[in-house]
Ligand binder design. Structure first.
Ligand SMILES: *Cc1c(COP(=O)(O)O)cnc(C)c1O
Length: 374
């Protein structure tokens, strides 16, 4: 039995560990009263670009907006096609749709749950303009073959890094591999704000300038507008908080990886339980720790109920593949189109993971999982 409930993430514990610094940063912005753009945002953008190994970072209002502006900067238009995975958060395809383009799904790899690059080329048509690989749960997609296809067919490659800030692929940070990387600072992501926030990272100066215009009403200078834009800026208060937290990110990643190894040691030998598969040459940052209850031996939903009855929170990312969502009925997809994604949606369960999660808590979670499976 667990003594205290274990949440999926514990944002309060993280705040408590940084309270003085965070409070000072917030009050600093209030005192200075530059709430929109300005110094804090510019400083954060420059630190973030350095961290991501990109020339530029542009703060925007959310990860969803980062995807939207990245697609607009890629000149995605009605009638175009954009290739992506059906096993991701809706925001990835929502913004493709928002641009009037068609999301073209490609099934996932059964081990990493990331887009299966071997299936991509067959889906490229004269209308294809971009590929959005998603680095799901904190693990980079296999980018090299995707970048090769991008180059071969002249497609933009936009990385959805919402769950993977800090992850590396062949030694390079995600976000620096494709034409652009889209980040989310949603509170439960790798680098969480105290509200919504996001960023686009890129090393292309023209793209960076375009995104800066798009996020701020299409102009560089107040009341002079060169293109049609949006109001999608990262708040200065959020930037000030994120500047503090960015300094701890690598340390938090180390701690997440240690928690993941402990889970592996404790859950490694259970029949029917598959632990996260780490692809060669990738550094998984474990935004989520997702196990899979393979086959029919153990019911994922019953295990989740059992864990909840013991006070352990879990989540299902994601219970329904995007091609089967009601909103995409007009696209004409049907059950059976992406068998891996459809299998995985029934079998995955994400367990608590965050830097402050204690060894004792992980042992308790592992005990409850084992107890149920016996
Ligand atoms: C969270 C998330 C987003 C959207 O980010 P928001 O900041 O919540 O808008 C996009 N893609 C993926 C894969 C995500 O997990």
């Amino acid at each position: 039995m667990t003594e205290l409930a274990i949440p999926l993430v514990d944002l309060k514990a993280q705040y408590n560990s940084l309270k003085d610094e965070i409070d000072a940063a917030i009050w600093g912005v209030i005192q200075n009263s530059q709430f929109i753009l300005g110094e804090e945002v510019a400083a954060f953008e420059s630190e973030l670009a350095t961290y991501c190994h990109t020339g530029y970072a542009i703060g925007v209002a959310s990860g969803t907006d980062a995807l939207h502006l990245a697609l607009l900067a890629s000149e995605i238009k009605p009638g175009d096609e954009v290739i992506t995975t059906p096993f991701t958060f809706i925001a990835t395809t929502e913004m493709i749709y928002e641009c009037g383009a068609r999301p073209v799904f490609v099934d996932i790899d059964s081990g990493t749950y990331n887009i299966d690059w071997e299936l991509v080329e067959a889906k490229i048509t004269p209308k294809t303009r971009a590929i959005i690989p998603v680095h799901l749960f904190g693990q980079p997609a296999d980018m090299e073959p995707i970048l090769e296809l991008g180059a071969k067919y002249d497609l933009k490659v936009i990385e959805d890094c919402a769950q993977a800030l800090g992850a590396k692929y062949k030694g390079r940070r995600v976000g620096s591999l494709g034409d652009m990387g889209c980040l989310s600072f949603f509170p439960s992501k790798m680098l969480g704000a105290y509200g919504d926030g996001g960023a686009v990272v890129t090393s292309n100066q023209g793209v960076a300038e375009r995104i800066k215009l798009l996020r701020n009403h299409g102009g560089k200078q107040k009341y002079f507008h060169v293109i049609n834009g949006y109001n999608s800026r990262l708040d200065s208060i959020q930037a000030a908080i994120l500047r503090i937290k960015l300094r701890y990110l690598d340390d938090w990643i180390k701690q997440r990886c240690q928690k993941a190894s402990l889970y592996r040691r404790l859950l490694g030998e259970i029949e029917g339980v598959e632990l996260p598969d780490i692809a060669p040459d990738t550094h998984h940052v474990f935004n989520y720790y997702t196990i899979r209850l393979k086959g029919s031996r153990v019911s994922r939903d019953k295990l989740q109920e059992y864990l909840h009855s013991k006070g352990i929170s879990t989540a299902i990312y994601y219970p329904l593949s995007l091609h089967l969502q009601e909103v995409y009925r007009p696209l004409g997809y049907k059950i059976g189109d992406f068998p891996e994604s459809e299998k995985v949606q029934k079998e995955v369960l994400s367990l608590p993971i965050y830097p402050e999660l204690s060894e004792k808590q992980i042992r308790e979670i592992a005990e409850v999982v084992k107890e149920f499976i016996k």
